[in-house]
Ligand binder design. Structure first.
Ligand SMILES: *Cc1c(COP(=O)(O)O)cnc(C)c1O
Length: 224
């Protein structure tokens, strides 16, 4: 049941925060709804969850249409975004979690009609299959988009390798947290970079312990 699942996730957020003396209110739950329909989304909505994330542009737009009469929904795009899809989606979302190239930033700058809140995706583990900048490229990238008035870098985003151990997860998440501090200290006008989008169903406790402010949870909320 979704309500039981949600309760368990909220409890684990609480417990993980308590381990490192953080407040649960510092961690925002984003429901990753790519595997469910608007029926399940509405069930969560009525339980108070208003942050929804999708990884396909056409699906997000379709669901947005179906849920148009429900106020207060915050839409996150978390997937790899092809440049030719930018114009379809970028003005319809509240947060974009996967800014992973200069070319994509350029396309967003060209198509956006408002300032877009973006997370820069970082490939902390260095896996070849993963998108994102290498950690040592991030500052130069942010520097390179300082003239892009349509992009606000609100934070950094990562995914840990699925098969890593708890210790490895904490080490990788901590690396991103340190990189975030470096960017914060650089104090770029267009990159306040106070947020960390990291942690999924199998590793969000470790992500919270390392400082996550946004966790992206699908399976744990919707499993039978
Ligand atoms: C699917 C997905 C998630 C959620 O993963 P679960 O393991 O189902 O919680 C989080 N982030 C991204 C980028 C995803 O694609």
């Amino acid at each position: 049941m979704i309500s039981d699942n949600l309760q368990k996730v909220m409890q684990e957020i609480q417990n993980s925060c308590a381990l490192v003396s953080r407040q649960a209110a510092e961690v925002e739950l984003i429901a990753v709804t790519k595997s469910v329909t608007t029926r399940e989304m509405l069930e969560l909505y009525h339980l108070g969850v208003t942050n929804f994330a999708e990884n396909r542009a056409d699906v997000l737009l379709e669901k947005q249409k179906e849920l148009a009469s429900y106020p207060g929904i915050i839409w996150h795009f978390i997937g790899n975004l092809q440049r030719r899809k930018v114009k379809d989606i970028i003005n319809e979302i509240d947060y974009f979690h996967a800014l992973d190239s200069y070319k994509l930033a350029k396309e967003i700058q060209k198509r956006a009609m408002k300032k877009i809140r973006c997370f820069v995706e970082v490939n902390v583990s260095g896996e070849e299959s993963k998108h994102g900048f290498q950690p040592n490229e991030v500052l130069a990238f942010i520097q390179s988009i300082q003239d892009f008035d349509k992009i606000e870098v609100v934070g950094l985003m990562m995914m840990a390798p699925y098969d890593s151990t708890t210790e490895e997860q904490i080490a990788l998440f901590t690396q991103l947290a340190e990189l975030k501090e470096t960017v914060e200290k650089a104090a770029y006008k267009k990159a306040p970079c106070h947020q960390l989008s990291m942690g999924m169903s199998n590793d969000f406790s470790q992500a919270i312990q390392a400082g996550a402010t946004q966790i992206r949870i699908g399976t744990s909320l919707f499993k039978e």
